[in-house]
Structure formats: structure tokens, C-alpha cells
Design a protein around this ligand. Structure first.
Ligand code: MN
Length: 198
């Protein structure tokens, strides 16, 4: 069986929050994108669904072009408290390296069924077909998150910008806005200032 969040971590060593099993939902669902300088730099994209952070590792990070598909590899659910985590995971621990809150904000489902009925985040996550609107500091507007059903990439998801007024193929927010959305710090600053406590 797939190991869960707590099983993957040694809380005597890591300073990440423990999953207490709390499923307290936000007033408005949130999303967070954590830039994670582990063995490979990647972006962890997390969306609140039913009181947990559904999570994907996006190796190349989110894009603002509706023509670019980004691979999003599903990872274990993270507790809501993880959305506030910015710091350094001790080397040798799972995911060891520096974590930055690259973007954060609220998210809503904009998916509707054929008759126009709104489809919830929960339902569209389970169906493997999410249409979401992000209200972040950096990421804005619609994104599709689609689970691939066949082929070699079966089970992986694709993250694609929807065509709207925020879609812009010329932009690269990863390059132009590389620093933390909450503290303004760079990865180097975080890694210097947030030495692991243990
Ligand atoms: Mn990660």
C-alpha cells in the first residue's frame, strides 16, 4: 500500500508539521505552490479538497501559456497546515532540501456538468478532471488538471492554463517572480535563515 504523509516522515528529525488528522476546511478552499529545492528542483502544487491538500509534483512548474502542458505527478495528501510551511527539511529526511511558498491563494471549481450545474472540487478531483480558478499572488485565472487515463503516463496528471485574460505565452512567472509569495525571500535566503531545528 502507498505510504501516507506521516509514514514517510520521521518527526524527531523533520520540522515539517505532523498530520494530526484534522480535516478542518478553510472558509474558502486554498491552493499553494511550494518551490522545493530537493534532489531535483520542482514545484509542489497543492489544492484543498475536502480538508486535505491534494498534491502533485510539477517538475517544470506551472505555466501561463495555454499551449503548454505541464506534467503533474500525484504525491501523498498533505495536511492543511503544510500550506504555511516554508523552511528547510533536514538532508537525509524524505524531501530533504529547502521549501519556499512560491504562491498561495484561494481556489474555486469552475467546472459545470452538461446541464450547467456546478461540480465541486471533491467531485471533479475524484473524476480526474478539474477546472479551477486560482486567485493567487502570481497565478491567476483558470487551470485544467486532468488525470491521464491511458498510455505510459497513465495515472499522471496534466496541468494546463485555460485560455482567458490571464493566459500569456510570453510570460514566465517562475523566472520573473522567483521569490516567496509570503516572505519575499529567495531559496538561498530561506536556506540560510531557516536552519533545521534538529
Ligand atoms: Mn516536493
Amino acid at each position: 500500500m502507498e505510504r501516507n504523509y506521516n509514514d514517510k516522515r520521521n518527526f524527531n528529525r523533520t520540522n515539517e508539521p505532523k498530520d494530526t488528522g484534522s480535516r478542518k476546511r478553510s472558509e474558502k478552499p486554498i491552493f499553494v505552490v511550494q518551490k522545493h529545492d530537493a534532489s531535483n528542483l520542482h514545484y509542489d502544487f497543492r489544492v484543498e479538497v475536502d480538508g486535505v491538500l491534494k498534491s502533485w509534483s510539477v517538475p517544470k512548474g506551472p505555466n501561463t501559456s495555454s499551449l503548454v502542458k505541464r506534467m503533474a505527478i500525484p504525491t501523498e495528501d498533505h495536511p492543511m497546515s503544510y500550506a504555511d510551511f516554508e523552511g528547510v527539511i533536514i538532508q537525509g529526511e524524505y524531501g530533504g532540501g529547502t521549501v519556499m511558498i512560491w504562491d498561495k491563494g484561494t481556489v474555486e471549481s469552475i467546472r459545470t456538468s452538461e446541464d450547467g450545474t456546478p461540480v465541486s472540487l471533491e467531485e471533479s478531483y475524484e473524476a480526474g478532471s478539474m477546472e479551477i480558478e486560482l486567485h493567487g499572488k502570481k497565478l491567476r485565472g483558470g487551470y485544467n488538471l486532468i488525470r491521464m487515463k491511458g498510455g505510459k503516463m497513465r495515472g499522471n496528471w496534466l496541468l494546463v492554463k485555460r485560455e482567458d485574460k490571464y493566459a500569456d505565452a510570453r510570460k514566465d512567472l517562475l523566472e520573473t517572480q522567483p521569490d516567496s509569495a509570503v516572505s519575499g525571500r529567495s531559496l538561498a535566503q530561506i536556506s540560510k535563515e531557516e536552519r533545521p531545528k534538529k
